[in-house]
Design a protein around this ligand. Structure first.
Ligand code: 4AD
Ligand code: MG
Length: 430
């Protein structure tokens, strides 16, 4: 029976054949343990000299790391392995040999691993992170489909800059100038006026000269946008969505979380509602904690965010930031002109801001005034202003950074491990 590692549980006691690669190997004179992988999972194969033909045992002893094989064996339950099964190997057919595989089971430096990212992806740890990434994407679609959102795909090549002009990737668009999208938000606002509740999932680009564990040059964002949703409504969607994806990762990725050594007790506590503090309260809190240098109007750095997040077991919303710190499109607080109806969601354990969102300005005059204040090219935003001219309504939305969320749920330190081929400040290869 030809099958995959993920499916072996159906064939306990039977002989199966699986296409695999040899991930690792341990052997003595009498027995060989082969760590096998096929993409769907990892399983241990056991070859006992006394139980197979000599040729098969010799093959088991001599095959090298990452050689591809068709392997046959009897599926056995194995309580000692987290996966639950092993293979009593009966036959080995080499497909293609692998000589001098560079990533050996010993420790390697990060730069070496990053140079070999195309191979590093095969490791058990990277496999686990990619599966968790996939589960977050899968449950994102499930959540928004369940809630009646329509998936909309904003363009990647754009003429406008929602998050400010300093971090744009410029390219030629025949005779015109174009930029790689830094957020699909403005287009999602147009889509919300057509379809009510919408979400996007796509790549975004920031020419940010930041070299931190939280910054990528190319990252993927999930951007919901909802007509008739005000500031509060927006926060409720965020806490329910984040709780939903965590629930799904816990349920469907227990093996991967175990591989990564993730402390799942910390994730099990994350259920809506999430705590909220205002920017003003956050400044006061930071002063009390000894961050005396920060003053009202300053943006928070990673150490500030981490200090705030440490007081909570759940992600925390920081709301009502100063208008001067945020993009042009955010709705002012009706009680106070100097802050906007926005929230950043800060993950626990130092993973930083995973969501930025706000209510959007729906008044045409005010929006035009903001575009002028921010010295943006009014022509490029004419279509965006028109959204406010024809039956404008209050609306809100947010953007969740996929890679920071993967890092948090997986418990990996740096976002470079959370995307198949990371684009970093000094890395465009492989
Ligand atoms: O806070 P940001 O810049 O918000 C927006 O782009 C809004 N237009 C979204 C919206 O309201 N539709 O980015 C949103 C999130 C951040 O909270 C963070 O998780 C992630 O995107 N992010 C990054 N992730 C990795 N590398 C970077 N350089 C990132 N910049 C932002
Ligand atoms: Mg932000």
């Amino acid at each position: 029976m030809k099958t995959t590692i993920a499916e072996v549980g159906k064939y306990v006691g039977q002989e199966v054949t699986i296409g695999v690669w040899l991930a690792n190997k341990r052997s003595s004179g009498k027995i060989a343990f082969l760590q096998l992988r096929d993409g769907t999972g990892f399983i241990q194969g056991v070859v006992v000299k006394a139980e197979v033909e000599e040729e098969i045992f010799n093959k088991a002893k001599s095959i090298t790391q990452e050689t591809s094989l068709y392997i046959s064996g009897i599926v056995r339950e194995d309580e000692r392995s987290p996966f639950g099964y092993e293979l009593g190997i009966t036959n080995i057919n080499v497909i293609t040999e692998s000589v001098d595989y560079p990533i050996t089971p010993k420790e390697h430096g990060t730069e070496f691993l990053m140079d070999h990212r195309h191979l590093w992806l095969r490791s058990k740890r990277q496999h686990a992170v990619m599966k968790i990434r996939n589960e977050i994407i899968r449950s994102t679609y499930e959540y928004f489909n369940n809630e009646g959102f329509v998936k909309v795909d904003p363009p990647i090549l754009t003429g406008s800059a929602p998050e400010g002009t300093s971090e744009l990737f410029h390219t030629k668009y025949f005779d015109e100038d174009a930029y790689l999208s830094q957020s699909g938000q403005l287009y999602m606002e147009a889509a919300a006026m057509a379809l009510g509740k919408v979400f996007s999932f796509g790549p975004t680009f920031r020419a940010e000269k930041s070299k931190t564990r939280r910054h990528l040059i190319e990252f993927w964002m999930i951007e919901p946008e909802m007509a008739f949703y005000e500031f509060e409504d927006n926060l409720i969607v965020q806490e329910e969505y984040v709780s939903f994806i965590i629930q799904n990762v816990l349920e469907n990725c227990s093996l991967e979380l175990n591989t990564l050594g993730r402390d799942v007790a910390k994730l099990e506590k994350i259920k809506a509602p999430f705590p909220r503090i205002t920017y003003d309260e956050a400044i006061k809190f930071l002063h009390e904690k000894g961050f005396t240098e920060i003053k009202w109007g300053d943006d928070f750095g990673a150490p500030h965010e981490t200090a705030i997040a440490e007081s909570y077991e759940k992600p925390v919303f920081i709301t009502h930031y100063p208008t001067s710190l945020k993009p042009f499109y955010m709705q002012p607080d009706p009680n106070r002109d100097d802050v906007v109806l926005c929230a950043d969601l800060i993950a626990p354990e130092g993973y930083g801001e995973i969501i930025g969102g706000s209510e959007r300005i729906h008044n045409a005059e005010l929006l035009k005034q903001r575009i002028d204040e921010h010295k943006l090219d009014e022509k490029a935003y004419e279509w965006y202003l028109q959204l406010r001219k024809y039956g404008s309504v209050p609306h809100s939305g947010f953007g969740l950074g996929l890679e920071r969320t993967v890092a948090w749920l997986s418990g990996v330190e740096h976002v470079r491990e959370t995307i198949p081929f990371p684009r970093l400040l000094n890395r465009l290869y492989p």
